[in-house]
Design a protein around this ligand. Structure first.
Ligand code: SF4
Length: 58
């Protein structure tokens, strides 16, 4: 599993607020992310496979 940092990964801007790694301000706390698929034609086809659904929304 990808390590979750206690600070934002400054190189990533992400708005997926249902992700375990999401941090307010549209930041990602994952140490690294993986994006696919190979041979995508446009940005709509790509997605972050590091995404993990957050357990709760408290
Ligand atoms: S792991 Fe992916 S989906 Fe989750 S916050 Fe980071 S960039 Fe966004």
């Amino acid at each position: 599993m990808t390590r979750k940092m206690d600070r934002p990964n400054e190189g990533i801007r992400c708005v997926v607020n249902t992700c375990e790694y999401y941090m307010s301000g549209d930041h990602c706390s994952a140490e690294q992310i993986k994006v696919g698929p190979r041979n995508a034609d446009n940005s709509e086809e790509t997605d972050c496979s590091t995404f993990r659904k957050r357990d709760s929304f408290s």
